[in-house]
Design a protein around this ligand. Sequence first.
Ligand SMILES: *Cc1c(COP(=O)(O)O)cnc(C)c1O
Length: 429
Amino acid sequence: MNQDFMKHFETQQLHAGELPNTPNACTTPIYQSTAYVFDDCEHAADRFALKDEGYIYSRLGNPTVSVLEQRLAALEGGTGAIATASGTAAITYAILNICNSGDHIVAASTLYGGTYQLFNSTLPKLGVTTSFVGPDQMEDWAPAIQDNTKAIFIESIGNPGLNLIDIEKAAEVAHAHGIPLLVDSTFATPYLLQPLKYGADVVIHSTTKFIDGHGTSLGGIIIENSRFDWAQNNKFPDFTEPDVHYNGLIYNDLESNPFTTKIRTQLLRDTGASMSPFNAFLQIQGLTTLSLRVERHVENTRKIIDFLQDHPKVSWIAYPNLPDSPYYDLAQKYFPQGAGSILAFGTVGGRKGGETFANHLKIFKNVANIADAKSLVIHPASTTHSQLSEEEQLEAGVTPDLIRLSVGLEHADDLIGDLAQAFDAIQSD
Ligand SMILES: *Cc1c(COP(=O)(O)O)cnc(C)c1O
């Protein structure tokens, strides 16, 4: 469909990137094919040389996966995207695309547990190290940048403490040092926030979460806007010198999408964490209702917060749009419609109180996941962050009494009833 007809998010989430060549199919079909037929050897050679934009082999690209990539690029206001087998693969590729052994990144200390472990444990084995910086101390960011620092990495909504970072300021710090800002925006969704508008260079999502939206499939996406100049200093030779293993291509010379093209021709080719066409199909279905779901997720979250605020067994609530939140001003700027449907709070009774509460919920499922249509609960200290030491937990914002809710699409009154009876259990335990 002509892009001019698709001015609004709600239209783009259904139609952006639609395949032009699927006769009579009203819905994007699943191209469950490993490989694609070349007309002849010259045609094949052109595809391998990126002269002809077509498919070769589904590790490198697949028509169904392409629809998801282009749709999400449109929704984020980007120019291109690459889908991966999981959000974790997307983060790994985004880092390895710019860091070689001996390089370094600066990251917020408040990260998704898996990302923290990737940066703290696995990447150091490959010679890539991370300095973790407190997200609230913006003055600490510039001093943490070293000569070998290649990126700043943040989450648009921190996990699990729901902290916000001034994305524009983080981008300023990164760009003043000639390095890109990478933002994991999973908790925000492109409907609530588009980090590229605020100076981010690369946006990453675990599409497993709100984009799938129904807890059915894993996936990740990396989106770029082609604005970062990789040639401004000598920090990124892999972008500015010919790739001798790919026809001498100089990625920075491409008209658009140097970042995601390089991931496709190097990391996806050589390590293969591609998204399956079936998962792409499921996530395209998820996207069709993203705006509607997110609106209801946020509305239910507001109702639950109203209930929690008056409850005697709640000692604190973390949600950026609350007037007493330290992130209220940032929430006004970045999340005027609400900062998603994940919230954290403390129960009375410390760790035991938190565990009792989580154990007694009936509708909220005790699951190590977020952003499902179904409501979910987790006690991070004993689960998602249990591999961290107590000190590391506190640094990551995980206190023993912290309960994280991912508010779903059930009727708010039923969810509130469920929370009420679980609070009663803390007393009777
Ligand atoms: C879930 C999640 C990830 C990891 O994504 P997977 O798809 O599970 O690999 C990364 N970042 C955030 C913020 C997440 O919520």
